[in-house]
Design a protein around this ligand. Structure first.
Ligand SMILES: [Zn+2]
Length: 459
């Protein structure tokens, strides 16, 4: 629903996440031409009128959420098929993903977008999973969401079915992808280089891709983790730890986003901090996949060093939900338990990672990530007329520890209301859900990737 001007009046709380981290009670926001023109106490904005006014008396307003690592292609039609003991079923994942048709990927993407926006996500980064961006463009446009896209490339042997090209071809493909896609949909699409990982890409390829994104003021993301074994292997192969290896190639920096980042040691954390490299961490994926957060999770150390951290949901078969509120919750609680220390990752830090830090990590922090005058108007309104929002004293604690994405009432992206009183209007949900279920059935039959439907007898 497009309106030139929109006012949210008498909001119960506005969590601005601005420089002073102001929380405004009985607040108002005025949006004009897709940007935030005024924000303050409702009384201060009493003179401001707008084409549409939303009564905010029962709403808590936050900036929109950023999902810094979310594979949107294959997983929705087969979500939940893997039994728990298949914690990292990557062989099956890439067989399924590479078998998707254009039409299947479009519908799976549409469902992913419905789930993302209805849970308050305004921008997500797909790490190169989408094979048919031309087909999915309409879905991005209809959903009104922001997306960071790219084409996954590798030039080395990999244990999984990843797209592999000679290095020069991978560079040419990435360059033309960025030139074709960057800035489309009024700037809501960003195009990046997306080499899969340091293990699956040569040094030449990684360096060439970094040059491409530096020249085009774009970004680069890759999967990156470390750990005792990975360090030993990398020292044997490259003479460096995995992270120091990337630094030695010159491929780290503020326009680089490393995904997952489990198992880094102090020296590697120092490399990330020193180079200004950003990271995306997927706390639910780490927990559900049994990745050993007590041993390998380093979020508190990254935060202490000022590293920009985005939160991610990974694939819908990893986390398995696309709910950034639940993701914030996991980020805020898992380190308290892992290290038996309740000081770690406060609720405020979790909200920062989902909003302003996520935007900064994705190179969008100047325009997005907080509710401040002049920034683009992306925000989420939470409905407090729900049991989990009672009683309401500390809205950040309530959001992170009590709520989940089901209380997302209204979502605004670029000044446009994309979720309006719980409803999105770009797709017929029951029809889409049935379609995606059918796609999942066909995909399992075609690939032979399927598992017993239940441990329990199903008749
Ligand atoms: Zn990934």
């Amino acid at each position: 629903m497009f309106t030139q001007s929109l006012k949210i009046d008498h909001a119960r709380y506005i969590l601005t996440v601005d420089r002073e981290r102001r929380i405004i009670q009985d607040g108002a926001v005025l949006i004009e031409g897709g940007r935030i023109r005024r924000v303050g106490k409702a009384a201060e904005l009493a003179d401001a009128s707008a084409e549409r006014v939303i009564d905010g008396r029962h709403l808590v307003i936050t900036p929109g959420f950023f999902n810094g690592h979310m594979h949107i292609s294959y997983a929705h039609p087969v979500r939940g098929i893997f039994p728990d003991e298949q914690a990292s079923p990557l062989l099956h994942v890439f067989n399924l993903q590479s078998a998707m048709t254009e039409d299947e990927e479009y519908h799976a993407t549409l469902l992913g977008l419905v789930e993302l926006v209805r849970n308050g996500t305004v921008c997500f980064l797909d790490p190169g999973s989408t094979q048919f961006p031309d087909a999915c463009l309409q879905a991005y446009e209809d959903a009104g969401i922001r997306v960071v896209l790219g084409e996954a490339v590798t030039d080395q042997e990999a244990p999984w079915k990843l797209p592999r090209y000679p290095a020069a071809e991978a560079v040419a493909r990435t360059t033309s992808f960025i030139e074709k896609w960057n800035g489309r949909l009024d700037g809501r699409i960003r195009a990046w280089a997306m080499p899969f990982s340091y293990e699956t890409c040569s040094a030449d390829l990684l360096q060439a891709l970094k040059r491409v994104v530096d020249e085009r003021r774009s970004g680069l993301t890759l999967h990156h983790s470390s750990g005792a074994k990975a360090r030993t292997d990398a020292v044997g192969r490259y003479g460096h730890s995995p992270t120091a290896y990337l630094e030695s190639l010159g491929v780290l920096g503020p326009n680089v986003l490393l995904a997952h980042c489990l198992g880094l040691d102090e020296a590697e954390i120092d490399v990330v901090a020193r180079t200004g490299t950003a990271i995306a961490m997927c706390p639910v994926t780490a927990a559900k996949g049994g990745r050993g957060v007590p041993q390998h999770g380093r979020m508190p150390e990254f935060l202490a060093r000022g590293v920009k951290i985005a939160l991610g949901c990974d694939s819908p078969n990893n986390s398995n939900h696309l709910d950034m509120v639940r993701t914030m919750n996991m980020a805020a609680i898992q380190y308290k338990d892992a290290r038996q220390d309740t000081h770690l990752v406060p609720a405020e830090a979790a909200l920062e990672m989902a909003t302003i830090q996520g935007a900064q990590a994705m190179g969008l922090g100047d325009e997005l990530g907080s509710i401040e005058v002049g920034k683009k108007a992306d925000l989420v309104c939470f409905d407090t007329l729900r049991p989990e929002w009672q009683a309401l004293w500390n809205p950040v604690n309530t959001l992170v520890y009590n709520a989940d994405g089901r209380s997302v009432h209204t979502v605004v992206i670029d000044g446009r209301v994309v979720v309006d009183a719980y409803r999105q209007r770009f797709v017929d949900e029951p029809r889409l859900f049935a379609r995606v279920q059918e796609i999942g059935e066909r995909l399992q039959a075609r690939t032979g990737v399927s598992f017993p439907r239940s441990r329990w007898p199903m008749s």
